[in-house]
Design a binder for this molecule. Structure first.
Ligand SMILES: Nc1nc2c(ncn2[C@@H]2O[C@H](COP(=O)(O)OP(=O)(O)O)[C@@H](O)[C@H]2O)c(=O)[nH]1
Ligand SMILES: [Mg+2]
Length: 398
């Protein structure tokens, strides 16, 4: 099944999705929701296109003012020329239809803007499944080129914390009233905040809630998280909150969410190209290699040694070391987007590697002259000695 669906997201369908065509985006998300695309197939199709969107997570108790705040943020983001995807997650809602309506209504006029795409996800009975599904939906929106993706989720314990871990910047909404702040602490959601947002700042008690939150942090000896007050209905504080959110993005980095799940974000077009090439290499995947870092003229590929990587002496097969170094070499040489084919390679072996150890091959371009490129690859044990050195030459087609 996964292969059939993987092919659906290859070629033209993937191109349309990456171009942000709304119908393709909706189709991909529906398939994710129905569990029709295995995460492996989707991850392979989207690899190399992730980490460009800034993902904002917003959680808080029901009625805290989250959806109203999302709409206010949409207005501010649209004013800054952004395209925004919104995922509203409501684990308590038995029916997605109800959640869609509820959030559409509350998210107000901005929800209908052509640069805004809103999707609701409701429980399918399993909370763990919901956070997994949410992650895939966020990946689809990220790959589809949305600048900002906002995930609104009801503060309801562990599944909510899991969902918030999908975000680069995490906001916790605390409406006026100490009770709500205490609830948030109980649910363990205050700890995950990058910014604490006191919502409904027009109501009496908002200043007190902000003071309580600051005091609670001081009492708990926690690192101070900024506390910002906003009135989403009147607009006060919204622009300042967005400045704070985007300031956090600039420090933490877009795509920092991906580090939680061991995926490397595509830092630039070169990296994006290399990750896509790596994902499209069945030989490297079959051996268990993963590309962990890439850029213009360089790439790092890692492999943890399994039983079937060993030779008759019980140490890592020389062919495996060669394959790893050659893969890093090929990826680095093709980072430039011109087809580069290896024409010569030399390898030397310095150190034997054993089962369970991780090999790291880092390829760098040493020089380029005309159509020829020269690369050097060091293969080491992770944080350990040099296992092998490899040098290679490629010929590039213009
Ligand atoms: N006074 C006031 N009410 C607000 C504000 N933001 C939201 N509300 C109200 O709070 C209620 C819950 O808002 P909603 O955004 O649906 O909360 P959610 O459940 O956290 O998404 C609604 O009746 C909103 O109109 C605000 O800034 N000031
Ligand atoms: Mg809501």
């Amino acid at each position: 099944m996964s292969t059939a669906h993987a092919s659906r997201f290859g070629g033209a369908a993937l191109e349309r999705l990456l171009a942000g065509e709304p119908r393709s985006v909706a189709l991909a998300i529906s398939e994710v929701e129905r569990g029709q695309i295995s995460s492996g197939a989707l991850a392979a199709a989207l690899a190399g296109h992730l980490g460009r969107a800034h993902v904002i997570g917003l959680t808080g108790a029901p009625g805290a003012g989250k959806s109203t705040l999302v709409d206010a943020l949409l207005g501010a983001l649209l004013a800054r020329g952004r395209r925004i995807g919104v995922v509203a997650v409501d684990p308590s809602s038995p029916l997605s239809g109800g959640a869609v309506l509820g959030d559409r209504v509350r998210m107000g006029p901005h929800g209908a803007h052509r640069d805004v795409y809103i999707r609701s996800l409701a429980s399918r009975g399993q909370l763990g499944g919901l956070s997994h599904c949410t992650r895939e939906v966020v990946d689809v929106l990220d790959a589809a080129g949305f600048d900002t993706v906002i995930v609104e989720t009801v503060g309801a314990g562990q599944s909510d914390v899991d969902i918030m871990n999908l975000a680069d910047t995490k906001l916790v909404a605390c409406p006026p009233g100490l009770g709500d702040a205490v609830q948030a602490i109980k649910a363990g959601i205050l700890e995950i905040a990058d910014i604490l947002v006191v919502t409904k700042s027009d109501l009496a008690g908002a200043a007190g809630t902000a003071a309580d939150l600051r005091q609670m942090q001081a009492l708990r000896g926690a690192a101070a998280v900024p506390v910002m007050a906003v009135c989403a209905t009147g607009g006060e504080g919204v622009a300042a909150l967005l400045d704070r959110i985007e300031g956090h993005r600039d420090r933490a980095g877009r795509g920092s969410r991906l580090r939680h799940c061991g995926q490397a974000p595509a830092a630039d077009e070169f990296a994006a190209r290399v990750y896509a090439l790596a994902a499209a290499d069945p030989f490297a995947r079959a051996l268990g290699m993963g590309c962990t870092e890439a850029g213009a003229g360089h790439a790092t590929v890692t492999l943890t040694l399994r039983e079937d990587h060993l030779n008759f002496m019980g140490s890592c097969h020389g062919g495996v070391v060669f394959a790893l170094a050659d893969t890093a070499f090929g990826l680095a040489a093709n980072s430039h987007g011109r087809v580069a084919a290896g024409i010569d390679a030399h390898i030397s072996y310095q150190h034997a590697a054993r089962r369970g150890q991780t090999l790291v091959a880092r390829a760098v371009e040493t020089s380029k002259s005309g159509r020829l490129g020269f690369y050097r690859v060091d293969v080491t044990l992770r944080d350990g000695p040099l296992v092998s050195t490899f040098s290679g030459t490629v010929s590039m087609k213009t």
